[in-house]
Structure formats: C-alpha cells, structure tokens
Write a protein that binds this ligand. Structure first.
Ligand SMILES: [Zn+2]
Length: 159
C-alpha cells in the first residue's frame, strides 16, 4: 500500500514551454462524479490516462502543476478526477503543435483501453474522449516521442 502523495517537486523537471502532455492517474476506489455538462458518471478504480495540451503562459510546467496541485474549483473536466485520484506519472512532448487528439487516438488503441466517459476533455474537438480507463497499469513510454517522469511509483492504485 502506498501512502506517498505527489509533492510536486518533480514538476520542476517539466519545461515551461508549450507542449502536449499525458497524465497517468490512479484511482483507489470507484467513485460517482458529476463531470460538468457531461453529467454523472461512475469511474471504476484503476488507472486513467488523460491527454491535454499546454499552449499558454508557463507551458507544461504551469499546466501540469495546476493539475497536480488543484483541489479547488473545477475548470476542466479532468479537475473532477484529479480531486479524487492521484497523478502518478506525466508524459510530455515539447512543441507548439497540439498533439492531444492524435495522442488520445493512440492511447485508445492500447491494449485494455476502455472508454471512461464519451467527450471527456474533448469538448472542442471530434475525439470520442481524451480520457481512457485501464484495469492494468499502462506505460506512458508508449506515447510517440514522449518523455516520462514518475511522481509516485505505484504498482497498484493506492487503497
Ligand atoms: Zn481531441
């Protein structure tokens, strides 16, 4: 059983430039959440991969830091999930190009990927979702060209 919490110190290794990122989240128990306009959804315990882009000020470091530190108000769909789960790993790739949609499609092809909630994180594009659920821990190193940092080294979701 893991008791550690991400401290955010590793976020210093993320660049403050623009890029695309993937969050690997561990959810220790199943939860029912309201996700903005998408409504109520049950999220099974296990692993989740969320794909996003950070093209604003502060780049990847600022955006990912916000996902890890934010326990307050919700702005993005993913904020609902980061409040109850733990971000254990981050994959990223620097660049002005918005790769979140191609990454979302790539992760959806990974073995064991399940649609968690249609349109999650995908309000502004045509993807099925930007959030994929897994029972087995997926490996972010499978993202094309991505660097990966570990925030919490968990073999199983914390319980
Ligand atoms: Zn998309």
């Amino acid at each position: 059983m893991a008791t550690g919490k991400p401290t955010g110190e590793h976020i210093g290794s993320l660049p403050d430039s623009s890029g695309t990122y993937a969050l690997l989240l561990a959810l220790s128990q199943s939860v029912q959440l309201r996700v903005g306009a998408l409504g109520e959804c049950r999220f099974d315990s296990g692993w989740y991969v969320y794909l996003g882009s950070a093209l604003g000020p502060g780049g990847l470091a600022a955006r990912v830091g916000r996902h890890i530190g934010a326990k307050g108000r919700t702005h993005w769909h993913i904020d609902c999930l980061t409040r109850v789960g733990e971000v254990v790993r981050v994959g990223w790739l620097v660049g002005e190009q918005r790769r979140e949609c191609s990454w979302a499609q790539a992760v959806g092809d990974w073995s064991g990927a399940r649609l968690a909630l249609a349109r999650f994180g995908a309000s502004d594009c045509r993807c099925d979702t930007h959030l994929w659920a897994f029972y087995e821990k997926p490996d972010l190193a499978g993202l094309p060209g991505a660097g990966v940092i570990a925030l919490l080294d968990l073999a199983e979701p914390p319980s």
